[in-house]
Write a protein that binds this ligand. Sequence first.
Ligand code: PGA
Length: 248
Amino acid sequence: MRRSLVVGNWKMNGTLASSELLAKGIISGLDSNKADIAICVPYVYLPSVSELVKGTALALGSQNIADKSSGAFTGEISASMLKEFNCKYALVGHSERRSFYGDTNESVAARFSQALEQNITPILCVGETLEQREQDQTFEVINEQLDAVINLVGITAFNSAVIAYEPVWAIGTGKTASDEQAQEVHFYIRQYIAAKDQAIADKIQILYGGSAKPENAKGLFAMPDIDGGLIGGASLDAESFLKIFNSI
Ligand code: PGA
């Protein structure tokens, strides 16, 4: 039985004070360890939130990670820097990074590899745009996104990774994939991994992301290949994030 995982992606929201309040709210409302839980907070709030989550079940993650280990890369944050603040997870290849900041399949693979170097678990985000879905390219797009990483680090690296399926058309739009639509792609991803390594496919957590909220989480999480969620908007409120977590 795979353990589930619920991850909050705060994106570029909040202040230092509101971030501390939100983290405290999640910690104080957390009364179950039936699944894993983490928050990916803005870089500058990692030091203070890292102190707050110490010794609790709430794990910390970053929203991105550099594709190089150190050096003259102005504005980037390396895996070893994130490790200093106890980041357990790092999002890589979020669709907002891919579409607004030019992250390519290749740079995403390099970020994934950098995370592993520091024993940070990469959460590899994959997913198709509406146009790609309408042109029946969903699986092809996902193959390419997965292959770029597999080609660089090898399938065994997925032993310590998480995959998040996030249909781009569902992110922040209020349009969620139906339980069946999401399950279809999750099943596809697991089969794709299984063709290379069955044991990893059985074990890897595949999260759903895209307008997940308390109202639809239960149905999504009940699907056999959905092992939790990557939650954007609904993770900015402790009560709704915990409701989603408790839907596991
Ligand atoms: P959303 O974002 O839940 O606000 O749609 C999900 C994500 O981008 O990770």
